[in-house]
Write a protein of this length. Structure first.
Length: 77
């Protein structure tokens, strides 16, 4: 199965998400909707330029957002 759009929830800082997704090579468009008043939980929708095989979607997201989850966790500790 080929995936062209994916949605997910994240609590990574909005500025970090926008920076990473704006510079990503395989991202055609994205939308970030805040789900709370603080820079907490967000609903993210990503549209890929080229379809991604569903088997490799996890790897593609890791490549897109690599390091942000670790950064988020270490900042809160």
């Amino acid at each position: 199965m080929q995936i062209t759009t994916v949605g997910f929830l994240s609590n990574i800082k909005r500025a970090d998400l926008e920076k990473k997704l704006s510079s990503a090579g395989n991202v055609d468009d994205f939308d970030i909707e805040s789900l709370d008043k603080a820079d907490g939980m967000k609903d993210i929708m990503v549209v890929f330029k080229e379809p991604v095989d569903a088997k490799f979607l996890g790897a593609e997201l890791t490549e897109l957002l690599g390091g942000l989850e670790k950064k988020m966790v270490s900042e809160e500790e």
